[in-house]
Design a protein around this ligand. Structure first.
Ligand code: AMP
Length: 283
């Protein structure tokens, strides 16, 4: 497995792959790899001849006051895992490489797609994601890029990015990998103490319940989310949002219509840890 930290080195490797007519899949990550990331590597291997990963804790996607400094970092272990998974090359750039000089002159402006769910609470987050993913797409020029459904708002905004900016890349969405009790795996789960860890899967159970109710014919979304929010809060989770939004526009809906594709999404805090999870439901 090759590891590259400069743009020129990773570009010449990609040129070799392309000359050998290999299709390249990229899996962007912030490291602290877990089974969710590994599942994306395996999915990428099904979609292309060569799998590349990037490991970079992107400062521009952390909102002010978020956990950029504390975010778990363990490059040595991550590289071992990548090697075991048969990754061909890993791109591990520094901040100086990704953001030379300073970066105050250019940013994305997202309209509408970040008005709900995580958008209003994570100021500048999705703009930072679009910036780093665009940079990675331009540097590596992958044929396929794999992202997780875990971050569904990110995934849908990236679908719009690829479509609107004509990136010649196919996006693939990997399913959420969960612990046995349903908790979605996340690098941030490392912050949970035993009590918080026991409480955390309640978010999964409540979103699953809402999804099932909708699949079984319930149409009034605010009734459903209102009840579930109260139950979660009674258990001790601090609910940031529970919402049903349309898949493509990420706008909340009060009533479920037939022939619709929806996302049932939630975010909740236990202690200092922020949990997110979601289900997609098609009627
Ligand atoms: P991160 O390192 O947190 O930026 O995540 C890198 C990629 O892994 C993103 O596309 C995430 O959506 C995805 N991911 C994170 N957690 C999971 C999970 N539990 N199952 C599947 N994919 C995940």
């Amino acid at each position: 497995m090759d590891t590259f930290s400069t743009i020129s080195a990773v570009r010449s490797k990609v040129a070799e792959y392309k000359q050998a007519r290999q299709r390249v899949a990229l899996v962007p990550t912030m490291g602290a790899l877990h089974k969710g990331h590994l599942s994306l590597f395996r999915l990428a291997a099904e979609k292309a001849d060569t799998v590349m990963a990037s490991i970079y804790v992107n400062p521009t996607q952390f909102a002010p006051g978020e956990d950029f400094e504390e975010y778990p970092r363990n490059l040595e272990r991550d590289l071992e895992l990548c090697q075991k998974e048969g990754i061909s090359a890993v791109f591990t750039p520094s901040d100086e490489i990704m953001y030379p000089g300073d970066n105050q002159f250019l940013s994305f402006n997202i309209t509408g797609l970040n008005d709900h769910l995580c958008g209003p609470r994570r100021f500048g987050h999705f703009e930072g994601v679009l910036l780093i993913v665009s940079k990675l797409f331009n540097i590596i020029q992958p044929d396929v890029a794999v992202f997780g459904q875990k971050d569904i708002q990110q995934y849908i905004i990236l679908e719009h990015l690829v479509h609107q900016l004509n990136f010649p890349v196919t996006l693939v969405r990997g399913p959420i990998v969960r612990d046995k009790d349903g908790l979605a795996l996340s690098s941030r789960n490392a912050y949970l103490n035993d009590k918080q860890r026991a409480l955390a899967p309640a978010l999964y159970r409540c979103l699953k319940y809402i999804k099932q109710q909708i699949a079984d014919g319930a149409v009034n979304t605010s009734l459903l989310t209102g009840h579930q929010k109260a139950e979660l809060e009674q258990k001790g989770l601090e609910v940031e949002y529970l919402s049903v939004v349309t898949y493509n526009s990420l706008k909340p809906v009060d009533r479920i219509e037939s022939n619709g594709k929806y996302v049932v999404a939630g975010a909740a805090h236990t202690g200092a840890t922020r949990l997110i999870d979601n289900f997609i439901v098609e009627i």
